[in-house]
Design a protein. Sequence first.
Length: 633
Amino acid sequence: MPNELMTTPANPDLHPAVYHSERDAMRRNTDLVIRSVALHQPDRYLRNVWRGALRRVRRRTDANILGICSTGHGASLALVSSRFGVRALSLERFLGKKNALYLAREEYREIRESLDPIPSGIRFCLRDRFGRLPPIAVFEDSWEPLFKALVHGLPLRPRDIDFVMGSESHFAINRSWQGRALSHYFPNAVVRTDLEHHAVHRYQAFLASGFGDAAVFTADASGEPLRRKGGKRIAMTFSSARDKEISVFAEHTSPESSPGRLYNNFNMFLGFEQGEEGKTMGLSSYGRDTCYRYLRPQLELFDDGSFFFPDDAALKTTLREHGIFPRLPGMPILPDHEDVAQAAQLLLDDIMHNALRALESEAPSERLCLAGGIALNSVTNERIFRASRFREIYIMPNAGDLGQALGCALFAERMLLNCPARAIGESDGLGPRYAEADVLAAIENAGLQYSRLADPVNRAAALIAEGRIVGWFQGGSEYGPRSLGHRSILADCRKPEMKDHLNDRVKHREPFRPYAPAVLEERVSEYFDLHQPSPFMLRVVDVLPHQRAVIPSVTHVDGTARVQTVSAAGNPLFHQLIAAFDALTGVPVVLNTSFNVAGRPIVETPADAIECFLSTNIDALILHNYLLEKSPV
Ligand SMILES: [Fe+2]
C-alpha cells in the first residue's frame, strides 16, 4: 500500500538525534562543517556535491525525495519517501483550475505584457486558439502552500527533503535560477533539474510498473527542444528495460513523427481544446470510416516505427475538398465530425500498431510499459496490445505529463540513490489524506446537516441501488486524470436513462460522452471481454453481447466500455461497496465517473467535495463516515 507508513528506521532530521558516543559526536561536528560549507556555496552544482557528501557522512539509508514537473499540460509534485511511501498531487487540484501551469514571476510578466512576439520557448503554452493564457500559478507565490498541501498530515518540512528532481521541462522549473530557488527552499536537498522529457516518461512507465524487465514505449506530441537533436523535439521513444538499465534503441521527432500532434490537429479541427482529446476518442465510436478511407493513403508508415502524415494545413485542405469544415466550440456536432473523429482514432491506431511492431522486434521482453499522453488513449491501448505478442501491459494511471513528477522522484530513488525497485501498485489514490477532523470541520463550516454512518459501504450501495447519485470521498485523491473510487460519483449502471441524466443534470457535458463501469476484478469476465486486471480504466473492451442490456448506462454506442477492475487488495473499500451493490442487485458493476463538473478538475479536499455536491444534482455525499443528503425531489 503506497500511502501507508513504512517501518524503516526514523529519519534523524525528523527526530533530533541523541548522541551516545564519541563517534556520533565526531560525525555531528563533521556534519555541521559540511552543512555550513554547503550553504555558503553560491553554485548549485557545488551545493549538490556538498550535500551528497553530507548524506554520505550521515550514512543515511532513508530518503525523502521530491519530484516536480511543469509542462504544457500542467504542473505536479510527488513525494517518494522511505518512511511515508508515495504521495502525489497536481497543481490543478490544489488551485481548482484545470491544467494549471507553474511559471516564474518574471516569466509570467513577460508573457502577459508582451504577447507579440511570443518567445518561442513558451509559444505553445499560448496555443489556445483565442490567445488566452492557461491558468497559471506564480511559482514564488504558490510553491510553499502546494508543498504543504502535498505533505498534509505528515511531519515533513522543507528541511527534511533530501533530494529534489525536476524534469528538463518546457517552463520555469528547468531554468537555472529556478533550480537555485528550489535549492534555497530545500536547504538540505540535492537539487537536479536536468532530466529530458521522454526520459522521464520512460521512468514513470517502467519504474512504477514493478516489472523486472519490459519493452518501454513513450509517445506524445513532443518533449522539449534538444540541443543533441539540433533543436528538434522527441515525440516517440522505443527502449528495452531490465532492472536499472533502460537502453533506448530508437527516437523519433516532431513534427514529422508525432502521434500526439497528429491527434491534436484532429482534436482542434473538431472544436475541442488541448487536453480534451478524450472527447475525440468518445466521439469516434459514432462515426463511419468514410473519412478514414480517403485520409489513410496519405499516411506513410516506416519499419523503424516512424511515420509521415501531412501537416495541419494540408489536412484541413483535404477535409475541405470533401466538404468538411472545422467546427468551432459550441457548434453542433454533425455526422461529418463523427467521421473525422473516427479517422483520427483509426489513423492513431495504425501509427501505434506499426510502432509497436518496431518495438517487438527489438525488445525481447513479454511485458509492455506505455507512457506519454498517447498512452491515455484507452481505445488504442487495447487494440495495439491485443494485436501484439506482449502478454502483460502496465500503463501508469497518470501516463501523461502530469505523471512526470512521480517519474522524476522514482528515477532519483532507484537510479541515483540505488534504492530497491518499488511498484506503485493498483491504487492511484496517492493524494494527501484527510483526517476525520478535517472532514467534520468542512461539513460544519458549510453549515450542513449530516449523519454519522456505522456502515458507509452498505449505505452507499443501497442509495445507488435506489437510483440515487452518490458522491464518494475516501482516502487520498487520485493522482491521474480518472476517478477510481477515491473521489468518485457513483450511480446505477442498470438504468438506461442514467447516462443522459448525469450528462444533463450533474456533469453538464456533451451527450455523446460515455460513462465507465467499475467491476469486481474476480467477476470481470462475466460481463466484459477481458481476462486481466484493468485497475486504472485505461483499457476499452467489448461488453459481452448478452450483458449489454444489463448494464446499458456504461455500454458505449459501439458495445464497448472503458473498464475499471477493482480488487480487494488494491482498493478494499471500493471493492466492498461494489460487492454490497452486487448483493442487493445481482450485478457486480457500478457506474463510476470523476467527482467534478465539466471544465473543473476532480475535487481534492472535503470542502471541494461539498461545494461540488451543493452546486450539482448529486443526491447524496458520503465523506468518510459522514452522509450528507438532499431531499428527493
Ligand atoms: Fe509528454
